[in-house]
Ligand binder design. Structure first.
Ligand code: PLP
Length: 235
């Protein structure tokens, strides 16, 4: 299959999973996880129907921005963000999906204030309680969400999670359901007009249909679009 065919197929699968769950397929948007892809591949994906690109690494993202590779699509930062790299990301992406600590939130607020803009963010939740993963513990979400709501240069748009790697199909459904509950809770508590907190980012190549069934509004898919990647280096 070509890249264009895989994009169409993943979008069809998303729509089918949404309809099967009684949801409007328009509520769910594919985020193409473009790490290690070339600028040309990114352009081809956007021409093929991708409307949001998600990047993990600041250095790769900066190179693609210099190339104007994301033209025609929105850009999300989805990787681990170190506070010393916040300057290279704030104001350059529509959404930072991976804010998993008060420390990072404060650094983003400070940089956004300096640039006099409002940065949209999601809070990353360590839903599987894994030591190896960043993100805030589920029970700490309400407090960090309140803190984000109090930041004048940050707009809290919702939650994101990367659940544990599963061997069995359907293994993450319970984590997705738990995320959906957390999301509904912060919406009810903090989003008084019901329009700002509207992003729940969860699901990757192996489980995005389950994530859609459980309420995801953004699914981040790499391998199912672009094929397998070489092993990841840290950074
Ligand atoms: C790479 C990546 C994805 C996509 O993973 P695939 O399994 O290749 O679909 C999703 N989210 C994040 C944060 C990633 O780094």
């Amino acid at each position: 299959m070509t890249l264009e065919e895989r994009i169409a197929q993943v979008q069809e699968n998303i729509a089918r999973a949404a309809r099967a769950a009684g949801r409007d397929p328009a509520e769910v948007t594919l985020v193409a996880a473009t790490k290690v892809q070339s600028s040309d591949t990114i352009r081809r994906a956007i021409a093929g129907g991708v409307t949001i690109c998600g990047e993990n690494r600041v250095q790769e993202m900066t190179a693609h921005l210099d190339d104007d590779a994301y033209a025609g699509a929105a850009l999300h930062f989805i990787g681990h963000l170190q506070t010393n790299k916040v300057r290279q990301v704030v104001g350059r992406v529509e959404l930072i999906e991976s804010v998993g600590s008060a420390h990072l939130l404060e650094a983003i607020e400070a940089q956004a204030a300096k640039l006099d803009l409002v940065q949209d963010i999601l809070l990353e939740v360590n839903i599987g309680g894994e030591d190896s993963k960043s993100g805030v513990a589920p029970e700490e979400v309400p407090a960090l969400a309140e803190k984000a709501m109090a930041c004048p240069h940050v707009r809290l748009r919702g939650l994101m999670a990367i659940p544990p790697i599963q061997e069995e199909p359907g293994g993450n459904r319970a984590f997705f359901a738990k995320m959906a509950q957390l999301y509904v809770d912060i919406r009810q508590k903090l989003d008084h007009n019901g329009t700002v907190i509207n992003c729940l980012s969860m699901g990757m190549s192996g489980d995005y249909e389950d994530a859609v069934r459980e309420g995801a509004t953004l699914v981040r898919v790499g391998t199912a679009l672009f094929g397998p990647r070489p092993p990841m280096k840290q950074g």
